[in-house]
Design a binder for this molecule. Structure first.
Ligand code: SAH
Length: 190
């Protein structure tokens, strides 16, 4: 795992997704070196980098040119440029041009989440996985409803992380924003 502080960041680009959330996403995705991954809303590249180290290849999409630039810088820093295609475009248009997807991660969607998930579903392999991270309460509900509509049985966990700071007189905990992780498997029938 890469520590948050080791990513190159920019004031104008959100991310990276915090380390403990990245760890849960990696675990839930069951990523292997045979998987083609799409990172939608790649931001600073936090998710892109972790998956590029483990997957066959990653396609990273962001509509913000600055996000593409920062993700590119991080790929260079971690020597992963060969593993990743960067696409500067809105998610729906970019997804329309893609082929088969094994793992789709959605970290940003603006108001297009339903359409983004429809496009992912068209391209997702029979054993494919979808993971959505959400900071907004609204997106959590929207994601669940959109996945249900597409025939999935989504799961949601709300992750509340606190980090301890060791002080002279004790340990003080600092909490991060609660993040929803919504996950679905194409072939999940439980
Ligand atoms: N997971 C990232 C942070 C994501 S921030 C990391 O670890 O660094 C969310 C990103 O989604 C932003 O950069 C934003 O520009 C992008 N985004 C939001 N809606 C989008 C859309 N419809 N199409 C493409 N990118 C989008």
């Amino acid at each position: 795992m890469i520590e948050d502080k080791d990513f190159i960041t920019s004031r104008d680009v959100p991310g990276p997704t915090k380390e403990n959330i990245r760890a849960i996403l990696l675990y839930k995705s069951t990523v292997t070196n045979e998987d083609s991954v799409v990172d939608i809303g790649c931001g600073s590249g936090g998710i892109t980098i972790e998956f590029a180290q483990r997957a066959k290849n990653v396609i990273s999409i962001d509509k913000n040119p600055e996000a593409i630039k920062i993700t590119g810088k991080n790929l260079e820093k971690f020597n992963l440029k060969d593993k990743v295609d960067l696409i500067e475009n809105d998610a729906v248009s970019a997804l329309k041009k893609l082929d088969k997807i094994d793992i789709a991660i959605v970290g940003g969607s603006s108001n297009d989440l339903e359409e983004i998930l429809e496009e992912i579903d068209k391209k997702l392999n029979p054993k494919g996985r979808i993971l959505i991270t959400s900071i907004l309460l609204d997106t959590k509900i929207e994601a669940i409803n959109a996945l249900k509509k597409l025939g999935y049985k989504p799961k949601i966990v709300e992750v509340n992380i606190s980090n301890g700071r060791i002080l002279d007189r004790g340990v003080m905990m600092f909490s991060e924003n609660p993040i929803g992780i919504i996950s679905s498997k194409k072939d999940n029938n439980d």
